[in-house]
Design a protein around this ligand. Structure first.
Ligand code: ADP
Ligand code: ASP
Ligand code: MG
Length: 406
């Protein structure tokens, strides 16, 4: 018996039948004597549809209003689950972000959680209510509705679990755990039983969207154990916990991919001090996160400068750079949205050489061209054409000996 936070993702609440199933699962945990807080995502596809609708009206919809709109997805599922639980005679109550006192900064669309006033939820739990909280949303100090970025319900769940000192935060999703590669594209991927926060942080930052990166950062900071598991089966999933010396430290422990990237090149930029600052400062001021950067030196004191940004920021970044190019006298600005980043990750890489060469040779054998490369102590990432993503993940998974045995 304990305090359990259960988060259900979009596919787990995709329709009324799934919501009824979730209610049974929550009810069972409650009947075992546990206190239960449930965090919900919007029904699968709803957030995308709402974004599309706003985009049909305006090219760049006002961010405050977009958050008011997007928050309705989670409002719907929270109410529907509470209605279902009550219909099954459970004492359930739904709460929106502001009612759960989830206070964020004012960054609409990508807000950070500043604090959670746990008192309200604690009072309800002490009276043996099942509290159903709409994920992904909070409110700023002025009372505006904010959202936490795509996949943000994971972060709502972990943040609430840490504020209430829950015994565990269970993340129910459409796969039965965290795998050595996305199991939906790599059938030979292996389920990982236990993974450290650090390793999961790396995987999430390199595209493994099974957990939103901020949720893992939160879990690490406040030591919240996470159990990622399937809402479609009773099977044990993957535990995400602090580092344990008993954990296997493979040279490469996972292959990840990220299709949410776009590439921008400024051609024939003057090779002199201050130019890079002029290119990147206006991008940083708008809050766009630049990932990889490469600079190729040409003859005659000129360079080409290429960098990547998230796909959703591509149009805004292109517009900024066209203006910058005019000011700094660059010849042209080129953009490419058909790219992807594939990465190999592993803490054990620190003490091994040759990982890069295996990666490059493996991609070369498949005739996959590498457009950009970046490395750190524990990962190597290559930007390739998007259409080769799945192939690249599979061949790298095999090359690094990660395939499960048949
Ligand atoms: P939810 O809607 O439940 O939040 P998400 O779609 O956000 O679910 O995350 C689950 C998906 O993450 C899986 O369907 C899978 O395609 C993807 N994924 C990517 N990398 C991995 C990985 N290494 N292990 C497990 N799932 C992964
Ligand atoms: N509904 C939001 C999204 O689709 C948040 C979430 O599901 O975690 O990104
Ligand atoms: Mg998710």
């Amino acid at each position: 018996m304990g305090l359990i936070v259960q988060k259900f993702g979009g596919t787990s609440v995709a329709d009324l039948e799934r919501i009824r199933y979730v209610a049974k699962r929550v009810g069972k945990t409650y009947d075992q004597g546990n206190d239960v807080i449930v965090i919900l995502s919007a029904m699968a596809g709803v957030t995308d549809r709402l974004i599309d609708m706003a985009a049909q009206i305006a090219e760049s919809p006002e961010k405050r209003e977009l958050d008011v709109l997007l928050a309705t997805g989670e409002q719907t599922t929270a109410a529907l689950l509470a209605i279902t639980l009550k219909d099954m005679n459970y004492p359930a109550i739904s709460m929106l972000g502001h009612q759960a006192k989830l206070v964020t900064d004012c960054t609409f669309g990508n807000a950070r959680i500043l604090e959670i006033g746990a008192g309200t939820i604690i009072d309800l739990i002490e009276k043996r209510n099942i509290v159903v909280v709409a994920g992904f949303q909070g409110c700023d100090i002025n009372g505006n509705i904010t959202t936490l970025g795509r996949g943000g319900s994971d972060t709502s769940a972990v943040a609430i679990a840490s504020a209430l000192k829950a015994d565990i935060c269970e993340i129910y999703t459409d796969v039965d755990g965290i795998y050595t590669a996305d199991p939906n594209i790599c059938k030979k991927a292996r389920k990982i039983n236990t993974i450290s926060y650090d390793e999961m942080l790396n995987m999430a930052s390199l595209g493994a969207k099974v957990l939103q990166i901020r949720s893992v950062g939160f879990a690490k900071k406040y030591n919240v154990p996470i159990h990622v598991r399937s809402s479609f089966s009773e099977e044990e999933g993957t535990m995400v916990v602090s580092e344990d010396s008993g954990m296997e430290q493979l040279v490469v422990s996972a292959v990840t991919h990220d299709k949410n990237q776009a590439r921008i090149t400024l051609r024939k930029v003057h090779d002199q001090p201050g130019v890079a600052a002029k290119i990147f400062s206006p991008i940083a001021e708008t809050g766009i996160v630049v990932d990889m950067i490469i600079q190729n030196t040409r003859a005659e004191g000129q360079t080409d400068l290429t960098f990547t940004v998230p796909k959703e920021d591509f149009s805004a970044a292109m517009e900024i750079e066209r203006k910058v190019a005019g000011k700094i006298g660059a010849e042209d600005v080129l953009g490419d949205k058909n790219i992807a980043k594939v990465s190999v990750v592993g803490v054990g890489m620190k003490n091994h050489s040759g990982v890069a060469s295996i990666m490059f040779n493996t991609l070369a054998r498949e005739n996959i061209n590498i457009m950009m490369i970046s490395t750190s102590e524990i990962r190597i990432s290559c930007v390739i054409e998007e259409k080769y993503t799945e192939l690249a993940v599979r061949v790298l998974h095999t090359a690094f000996g990660l395939d499960k045995e048949d």
